[in-house]
Design a protein around this ligand. Structure first.
Ligand code: MG
Length: 430
């Protein structure tokens, strides 16, 4: 069956004049071929019913588990804006019991809950972050019920692998000298990464004149430039560098740092000022040749609409574990695509969150690069809390993540492993 179907597809491609493209990627389209050979395992998808919704908290993450009357479970994750949301998960979960996720699809669930109540336009922040975890779990569940990877449900993939950049997390070291920046960048490049990220904001910089005011002193700006100049000198002109200011500085500092960094040819300068003021972003973006990026703390497509329409940023970086989930992430990417703007998601969740985001990255044309945390490569915790095929190999290979062809997201939570790191005093999947 599979051989005849593949040869049919190859012949069809040749007949359609696609011969030059047939050899582009041996695995391209493999997910669909594999999926067509599968059948749902327990009973017909039409009989699928949600029986239970539970959650657990670990580190900065919320993990939602949706169980069914068949032997499949959906997993979703949210980050950051999730403190105190246990009872919100319980309430939203009760509304799902008895539903068939193939009828109450992720998109229907999202829109009904986001706008289902009076004043729902005021719902953002934690509410949307929790919806993000439910959305991902429902995509995972639908994919598993139908035997399809999530990217296929999103319309198919443009790429087999997504490029990631390595957030070095050098910020965990207090006031590192430029040589330390260069050393950490070199280590990341030696591990195969083609892009690195460093933080420029430093609350403990001894050259700060004031603890509260975030106008950077001349010495602070010099420290920022020297740190990244050392990186550029070490890794050469062809490795991409991103710099993050975490939206902490004021407008004159943001404008100055963007200008000062121009000779270093950054991939982007992230959040030189807080994300709320579109006019200031537009000013900074128009004044400098340094590409400007924001979005990790914006919610819903509407959070990006004016930034894009006004040309206030060069790139956007929504966090799909926070902004509304995988469906909303695809809608944000589509809006950005209409403005010829690259989609470069922020990602600080687990491997589950990373693979979930990767499905969206695969399914949108304007995907640019995805965030990856350097310590994930070495800290055992991140592998302990998940289960996935190929877990004996590194998750990232030469700076790329291969998108899973398994049904659903392709990464599940290992409850025993997660329990070791669970946030105390909150019920654990109970
Ligand atoms: Mg950031």
């Amino acid at each position: 069956m599979s051989t005849s179907r593949r040869s049919f597809m190859t012949k069809a491609a040749l007949a359609a004049g696609m011969a030059p493209f047939v050899g582009l990627s041996k695995t391209f389209g493999q997910g669909l071929t594999d999926a067509m050979e599968r059948t749902p395992k327990s009973s017909a998808p039409s009989d699928l019913k949600i029986t239970d919704v539970k959650c657990a908290y670990s580190g900065g993450g919320l993990f939602v588990k949706i169980s069914t009357n068949q032997d499949i479970v959906g997993w979703g994750e949210a980050v950051d804006a999730i403190g105190g949301t246990y009872y919100l998960v319980q309430r939203l979960g009760r509304g799902l019991i008895g539903s068939n996720p193939l009828n109450l699809t992720p998109n229907v669930f999202f829109e009904r809950n986001r706008k289902g109540n009076p004043f729902s336009g005021t719902q953002s922040g934690m509410f949307v972050a929790v919806l993000s975890a439910f959305d991902a779990a429902l995509w995972d569940l639908c994919g598993k019920a139908l035997g399809l990877p999530v990217y296929q449900l999103l319309g198919g993939k443009f790429r087999d692998k997504v490029r990631v950049y390595c957030d070095t997390q050098l910020y965990s070291v207090r006031n590192p000298p430029p040589e330390e920046y260069a050393k950490v960048a070199r280590e990341a490049v030696d591990r195969g990464y083609t892009a690195v990220k460093f933080d420029l904001d430093e609350a403990g910089d001894p050259n700060k004149f004031d603890r509260t005011n975030w106008t950077a002193s001349l010495a602070e700006v010099e420290r920022m430039y020297n740190s990244i100049a050392a990186v550029r000198k070490e890794i050469g002109p062809h490795i991409d560098i991103c710099c993050d200011m975490h939206g902490r500085y004021d407008a004159p500092t943001g404008r100055k740092v963007a200008k000062v960094m121009e000779p270093l040819n950054l991939m982007w300068l992230e959040e030189p000022v807080p994300a709320e003021n579109v006019e200031i972003y537009k000013t900074i973006t128009q004044e400098t040749s340094t590409p400007i990026c924001t979005g990790e703390n914006l919610y819903l497509t509407y959070g990006f609409a004016r930034l894009l329409a006004d040309g206030a940023v060069d790139l956007i970086m929504p966090d799909l574990q926070k902004c509304g989930g995988l469906g909303e992430g695809q809608r944000i990417a589509s809006l950005a695509n209409a403005y010829y703007t690259p989609f470069s998601p922020h990602m600080v969740g687990s491997f589950l969150a990373c693979m979930a985001t990767a499905h969206v990255c695969a399914a949108v044309p304007n995907f640019h690069i995805l965030e990856w945390q350097g310590p994930f490569d070495v800290q055992p915790r991140w592998k302990e809390i998940v289960k996935y095929e190929g877990s004996d190999k590194p998750f990232i290979d030469k700076g790329f993540l291969t998108v899973s062809n398994k049904p659903g997201i392709g990464v599940d939570i290992n409850e025993e492993g997660l329990k070791k790191y669970a946030t105390p005093n909150i019920p654990f999947f109970a």
